[in-house]
Write a protein that binds this ligand. Structure first.
Ligand code: B12
Ligand code: SF4
Ligand code: SF4
Length: 257
């Protein structure tokens, strides 16, 4: 997070002559969730990796813009560069930042990815939403099993199950015993309990649909998963980020709890 901090603050360091950040969102809320009593995978990772799917759509939009306007200096991003995606989305009027730090909209909740086109084109800008619609609610803060949600809409990344199960390269610290709530890749708890997600509508992106076996997996199936099965089920999935060894580490840790 400390790398490229100058770029994080200044989009002209990513795109020369940048004048606008176009913020976009892409729904990943699935029709069907994890099976109760089994291990859980975050909704965003059920199907194919979102990076390539969303990037293809961003290029489609950028090409359309260039057909209408002429050549532009622009780059497209989703979760792939030092950009403060939530801060830009808020500034673009897409929604507000919930106490769990994620962007929420009144119409759709929060189960969507953020993406941007940074372009050297001046535009008419939407107004920022400055009101939070969290009110006195603290459901996400109360439900987080590792107390990772801190005051002022921030998350202590090193305590977040998403970081522990995906990004952490070492052994899982014993302090998190009995706290991972059966999550083996990512965590959706703070979003599942958020009242605004009752407005979430299932996505229509076929590539986000899970492999037909994913929801049928019992705890036993997960504990016995082989590298071949892992490669089949998660062939194009974001779950590959944790690698077979990482997923096995998470499963063994939960088995011991
Ligand atoms: C690092 C990271 C994580 C870390 C840390 C999370 C955290 N809350 O900080 C970990 C691994 C824990 C994580 C987990 C998850 N993540 Co994540 N993550 C990121 C990532 C790559 C960077 C975030 C970042 O830069 N933080 C640093 C701070 C400084 O910047 P910021 O987040 O933009 O916003 C703050 C600052 O900008 C500040 N601010 C405003 N103005 C200014 C001005 C100045 C000068 C400064 C210094 C600061 C500042 O206010 C903002 C709010 O606090 C982003 C993608 C991206 N490039 O933004 C995805 C992203 C935030 N993650 C996302 C998702 C989906 C998740 C998970 C839900 C995945 C999962 N199911 O497991 C969980 C949710 C956990 C949670 N409650 O946050 C989505 C969120 C979509 C949404 N609706 O908001 C993003 C945007 C990826 C994407 N493109 O869709 N994530
Ligand atoms: S994703 Fe899970 S561990 Fe991370 S802040 Fe939300 S509830 Fe807590
Ligand atoms: S659960 Fe409540 S406090 Fe947390 S983000 Fe949703 S509305 Fe805001």
């Amino acid at each position: 997070m400390e790398n490229h901090f100058d770029k994080r603050l200044d989009p002209t360091k990513l795109v020369l002559g940048a004048k606008s950040v176009i913020s976009l969102q892409y729904n990943y809320f699935p029709e069907k969730g994890n099976t109760t009593n089994s291990y859980k995978i975050s909704k965003y990772a059920y199907g194919e990796d979102y990076h390539s799917i969303i990037k293809a759509k961003l290029y489609e939009l950028l090409n359309f813009m260039q057909e209408q306007i002429g050549e532009l200096n622009a780059r497209v991003f989703t979760d792939s560069a030092p950009i403060m995606e939530r801060a830009w989305a808020k500034k673009s009027g897409l929604g507000w930042l919930g106490k769990h730090s994620l962007l929420i909209t009144k119409q759709k909740g929060s189960f969507f990815f953020l993406a941007e086109i940074i372009v050297d084109l001046p535009l008419n800008y939407d107004a920022e939403i400055t009101t939070s619609h969290c009110g006195n609610c603290t459901k996400c803060v109360d439900a987080c099993p590792t107390q990772a949600i801190l005051p002022n809409n921030t998350v202590d990344g090193s305590k977040c199950i998403s970081y522990l199960t995906i990004e952490l390269k070492n052994e899982l610290p014993s302090a998190f015993k009995n706290k991972l709530n059966n999550w083996i890749f990512g965590c959706d708890i703070c979003q599942d309990v958020c009242p605004w997600n009752r407005f979430a509508i299932p996505h229509t992106e076929k590539k986000f649909n899970p492999h037909s076996n994913l929801h049928a997996f019992t705890k036993n199936d997960w504990q016995e998963i082989t590298e071949d099965v892992f490669k089949k089920i998660f062939k194009k999935s974001a779950v590959k980020r944790t690698k077979f060894s990482g997923l096995k580490r998470n499963i063994s840790f939960l088995k011991k709890c």
